[in-house]
Design a protein around this ligand. Structure first.
Ligand SMILES: NC(=O)c1ccc[n+]([C@@H]2O[C@H](COP(=O)([O-])OP(=O)(O)OC[C@H]3O[C@@H](n4cnc5c(N)ncnc54)[C@H](OP(=O)(O)O)[C@@H]3O)[C@@H](O)[C@H]2O)c1
Length: 321
């Protein structure tokens, strides 16, 4: 009784509302996509995993700016729903759905072939699609499924589209990594599902470290071509990213996230910043934080020799036999 009287006290209610407001404002980063006047008319962008979460808001932003946008999704039904929503909200009819399953190298090759056949140019590639918490599974390419989806599939896709991007320069490649890459380790036997411990986000963290390492090495290889490559952390974002986690973990994530985590729209900001902001013109090989500042990634991601080795092994594993 005393507690309920206290909790309903106007001072308490006002204080809680003020705190919630402050937390809500803090969630938003300092760079707001809607305040950025850059237009993308005449530009073509590919966004993977664009049917939901962060990817959908990245694609929506590009469509608003007038770009031709290719939504690279694995589900026709979910992709079509997002396509309709983005066209309706932006009035941009030049938004298209193309299907790709990034965990399959054949599917990635088929998707890339279609893009190369249909598109005259490609100015922005956002490697957004990703998974976390999948149980162990080896794909028909002999790769561990999370590494295939998060690292090796997007790695192959990027390499297959590189010549088109070079011809379209200036062009930008943006790969969604995560601050969790700092907890990752490099062991190349992981790619085949060996020496892995499946617990919560352990596998995910390794895959995200490869994202940052290989993006940095790609940037080095692209020097002088007019194509930049950067990796980003979107923040902790309320999306479906925990869909493979236990129910209780998802409940806690959503409860805490309601107050403290970014919305999918807010989480798209750092990727949009790297893709379109004038401040990022010519900037390459960097790791961008969720507040759009360029920060140092983990020491392993700055090891140039490891970058060369990781890139070469990833090339070998994704080469057509
Ligand atoms: N949310 C966060 O807190 C957070 C933090 C750091 C980094 N990130 C990164 O941000 C990116 C976007 O995540 P999100 O939070 O928006 O997650 P999400 O809501 O789960 O969306 C993931 C997207 O990836 C697609 N995808 C998954 N596996 C795929 C495959 N094999 N082939 C093609 N597409 C596939 C999904 O398609 P379906 O809908 O068909 O499954 C979906 O469109 C990911 O790379 C994630 O690692 C997220």
């Amino acid at each position: 009784m005393v507690w309920s009287a206290l909790l309903c006290h106007p001072v308490w209610v006002a204080f809680t509302a003020l705190l919630a407001f402050v937390v809500r404002v803090q969630r938003r980063g300092p760079w707001l996509p809607r305040a950025c006047p850059v237009r993308l008319r005449g530009k073509t962008a590919v966004v993977t995993g664009a049917n939901t979460g962060i990817g959908k808001f990245i694609a929506l932003d590009f469509a608003r700016r007038g770009a031709r946008v290719i939504l690279a999704c694995r589900s026709e039904a979910r992709g079509t729903a997002a396509l309709k929503e983005i066209r309706d909200k932006t009035g941009n009819a030049d938004v298209h759905l193309r299907l790709v399953d990034l965990s399959s190298l054949d599917s990635v090759r088929g998707f890339a072939e279609r893009i190369l056949a249909e598109e005259e140019a490609l100015h922005i590639l956002v490697n957004n699609a990703g998974v976390s918490g999948l149980p162990k599974q080896i794909t028909k390419d002999g790769l561990e499924v999370s590494f295939a989806t998060n690292h090796l599939g997007p790695f192959l896709l990027t390499n297959l589209l590189l010549d088109l991007m070079k011809r379209s320069a200036p062009a930008r490649i943006v790969t969604l990594a995560s601050v969790n890459h700092k907890k990752g380790q490099v062991d190349f036997s992981h790619f085949h599902g060996e020496n892995l411990t499946y617990h919560m986000d352990a596998i995910y963290n390794h895959t995200k470290l490869h994202n940052v390492i290989c993006t940095k090495e790609l940037a080095r290889r692209l020097e002088g071509t007019g194509v930049t490559a950067n990796s980003v952390h979107p923040g902790i974002v309320m999306t479906e990213v925990l869909r493979h986690y236990p129910f209780t973990v998802r409940v806690i994530f959503n409860l805490v996230g309601f107050f403290f985590f970014k919305s999918a729209e807010e989480g798209a900001a750092s990727s949009i910043y790297c893709s379109v902001a004038e401040e990022m013109e010519g900037i390459t090989g960097k790791y961008c934080d969720s507040d759009c500042s360029l920060v140092l990634p983990a020491p392993l991601a700055r090891d140039a020799a490891l970058g060369v080795k990781d890139f070469e092994i990833s090339e070998r594993l994704t080469a057509k036999l």
